[in-house]
Design a protein around this ligand. Structure first.
Ligand code: HEM
Length: 469
């Protein structure tokens, strides 16, 4: 291929563009946009209505959302600007994209927006920070912060490392297996001891399974508590989790351990139920996000032998249990940052307008669900050179410097991820341990088919063969 051809070839096409190869893409491509305004602004306000698309009657553009994720929202922004709306899953959703619009909503200066997560996913975050608003959110966040101090986080990593090597040793070598399931299971296995102070086998697995039941219910179509439904099972799982964790708190306090539950139980200001609810949300908030980040990074490492070798050489002498040593894995740091730029574990952040308000001169009516599209910013050619390319070096020469909200996979503003350092440590420690033991690669012709129904993961399970190094 010519130098020019090389430059113009779109990489990671499925992440930055809506597809056109599959029959389903052809079908979805034919759905008419049906432009319409969201709501009429109050007379004399000088505000403009939010432009957008109705899509198909009843279903709107829900299938587009699930299939293309941020690429669909990027196209929506191109069509209608940084504040637009579309219909999916039975509701009208406002999408705010681009640094200015995202900043207005996340900065939330006049408290016009509240958390939109409970209304989207259900009651699974209740009692956790992300479901709270000011002033309760600020008060609880100050207390919870004590469990995220540097010393505390170093302790969680030590506990994770106790299980990491032993669990990775059980992964198949020389045989094809699905990395998606394996990484998800591994994340749960190294969570139990670090967050709850219990070994995975036995009650740890039961807690992780019950938390996963709640996570899975986010995508349930039928939200009714009828026996046999996913929604009903998730309610039962949550009731058990709250009871079990509530009972575990006094014991956790007494053992004065290094695990999250034990550390949080010693923070003054919470009763046992509050500790249990914060711990439960922490398990939920950390499990899928770190799974998605680990998967994305493992995928890109598998596609890029140069980065794999560089990361492996650096990981060779770094003890996984030592947070300072994992912090110093700068190559993996670049790789993970670039991987979660392209595949953001949480590419949209949900808010609801608490009252009539405006974003960049567009009228947002009270009660309106708003999707803050940080994942779109991470793909915008206005903010990144060749955003389609996997190029960790862009962080080495600080391409994002001075571009606020160009890179925001951990959110921004009052709800910014409190577990960012721990999340990065967990993902880097997992990848370092894997690189030290194994080699893996994906053919150049293979592009993972990402799906965005819940947190992003390849639809095909990411078939992988490991070889011992
Ligand atoms: C790569 C891993 C992770 C990613 C990409 C991630 C992403 C995020 C994002 C985007 C938010 C903000 C959501 C919003 O504003 O609506 C958030 C909040 C949060 N995250 Fe993370 N997260 C990760 C790992 C973790 C870990 C390991 C923990 C805990 C151990 C954690 C705990 C939390 C909590 C408690 C909040 C709520 C903060 C608040 O509402 O004040 N996260 N995370």
């Amino acid at each position: 291929m010519t130098a020019h051809g090389e430059r113009s070839r779109v990489e990671n096409r499925g992440l930055v563009e809506m597809g056109s190869d599959h029959w389903l893409d052809a079908l979805l491509g034919r759905v008419p946009h049906r432009p319409a305004a969201l709501a009429t602004p109050p007379a004399g306000s000088g505000l403009r209505p939010v432009p957008g698309d109705r899509g198909l009657p009843f279903v709107g553009m829900g299938a587009h959302t699930a299939r293309y994720g941020p690429a669909f929202l990027l196209a929506l922004m191109r069509r209608h600007g940084p504040v637009s709306w579309w219909r999916a899953f039975g509701r009208r959703i406002v999408a705010v994209s681009g640094p200015e619009a995202v900043q207005v909503v996340l900065a939330n200066r006049d408290k016009a927006f509240v958390s939109g997560w409970p209304s989207v996913i259900g009651p699974w975050f209740d009692g956790g920070l992300l479901a709270m608003d000011a002033p309760r959110h600020l008060a609880d966040r100050r207390l919870v912060q004590a469990a995220y101090g540097e010393g505390a986080v170093d302790g969680y990593l030590r506990l994770m490392a106790e299980d990491l090597d032993e669990r990775l040793d059980r992964w198949p070598v020389g045989a094809r297996f699905e990395l998606v399931g394996a990484v998800r299971e591994l994340s749960g296995q190294i969570t139990a001891r670090a967050f709850l102070g219990v070994p995975y086998d036995g009650v740890g697995k039961r807690v992780v399974d019950a938390a996963e039941e709640c996570i899975r219910a986010e995508t349930a179509l039928a939200r009714v508590r009828l026996p046999g439904t996913r929604w009903h099972r998730a309610h039962r799982a949550r009731a058990w989790l709250i009871r079990h964790l509530g009972e575990a708190v006094p014991e956790a306090r007494a053992r004065a351990g290094e695990d999250f539950l034990s550390v949080l139980s010693r923070v003054e200001g919470f009763d046992d139920r509050q500790v249990a609810l914060h711990a439960l949300f922490t398990v939920i908030a950390s499990h899928d996000t770190t799974t998605a980040a680990t998967l994305a990074s493992a995928y890109f490492l598998g596609k890029h032998p140069d980065w794999r070798e560089r990361a492996r050489a650096e990981a060779a002498g770094a003890p996984t249990r030592d947070a300072a040593a994992v912090d110093r894995l700068t190559t993996l740091d670049l790789v993970v940052r670039e991987s979660i730029r392209l595949v953001s574990p949480s590419p949209i952040l949900m808010r609801v307008a608490a009252r009539d308000t405006e974003v960049l001169g567009h009228h947002i009516p009270a009660g309106q669900l708003v999707s803050v599209c940080t994942g779109v910013n991470q793909l915008m050619p206005e903010l990144w050179s060749r955003p389609d390319r996997f190029d960790p070096e862009r962080f080495e020469h600080a391409e994002d410097r001075g571009r606020r909200l160009a890179w925001a996979p951990f959110g921004w503003g009052g709800h910014k991820c409190i577990g960012m350092r721990l999340g990065m440590l967990k993902v880097k420690a997992t990848l370092a341990a894997l690189l030290r033991r194994c080699e893996w690669s994906y053919p150049e012709s293979y592009e993972a088919p990402w799906r965005f129904t819940s947190l992003p993961a390849p639809r095909d399970g990411l078939p992988t063969v490991l070889h011992r190094v």
